[in-house]
Design a protein around this ligand. Sequence first.
Ligand code: NAP
Length: 274
Amino acid sequence: MLQPIGLLGCRAGYRQVLNTPGAARQPGIMTETKKIALVTGANKGIGRYVAQQLAEAEVTVLAGSRDVTRGQSTVDELVGDVRLAVLDVTDAASIAAVAKQIEEDFGRLDILVNNAGISSGVALPSEENLDDLRRTYEVNVFGVVAVTNALLPLLRRSEAPRIVNVSSGLGSFAVMQRVDERYGEFNAISYQTSKAALNAVTVMYAKELRDTAFKVNAISPGYRSTELGGVKPEDKPGAGDPAEGALSVTRLALLDDDGPTGEFHLDTGGLCPW
Ligand code: NAP
């Protein structure tokens, strides 16, 4: 079942830097009974709100950021048990270091939110630059598989492992085929096909893990006022509040044992067509 999550009841927590040279460890502070979550790309945008909402739900949150300074600044502003995990999803060494650190500090992972994503532009297929296509896939598709595979051994140790892949309605074949007023001119090959691939990746993992306690789902968080694609939030007319989009991600991260797996959800509730 999809559960509403509370936004109140935050409590102050301690912070710890993961994968940062010289970072002070806090041995003895283990949170075995609390859920442990990693949110990639949590230094801003939707991921930042997901990190905050999970912390408010009493989850220990490892907020992923590829930049130490930007990540630490976000972690300092968030309330709850939120710690920085320096993580570039395109960098194998960075992924391995975070997995090792989580293993040492917690011995398991309960929730993985593959949120980090980029849009390298809105080029038509005939005008696409292959470098942009590759760059987009490196983050939106290959990064998700690399992070997921590195963390699967830790997720397998959880009683209720959850993987949420932050996709987009623009990755829906049904949406891609629309030629109406809203979507008629929109045909951004790199971003849209990368999210379609991510949806397929979601189905593949859910299928492999179908006889386990895992729940693996994709979410379309809706059109949100963030810096995705290098566009300023104020230059996105009609875009919604990223915190609201994040709520739909957080709900899937906190799914009950009888919740769905292998599905593509809408931020507004219900399913997004593949
Ligand atoms: P955003 O504000 O641009 O945030 C993207 C996040 O991903 C940032 O933290 C960014 O870090 C991180 N990131 C980018 N490349 C990375 C890498 N190689 N390794 C680790 N982190 C990386 O965009 P957003 O709108 O919140 O997007 C979050 C997710 O929602 C994305 O997957 C996006 O496709 C999806 N989505 C967004 C919308 C929307 O309208 N906003 C709609 C549908 C789906 P830096 O700050 O270092 O760049």
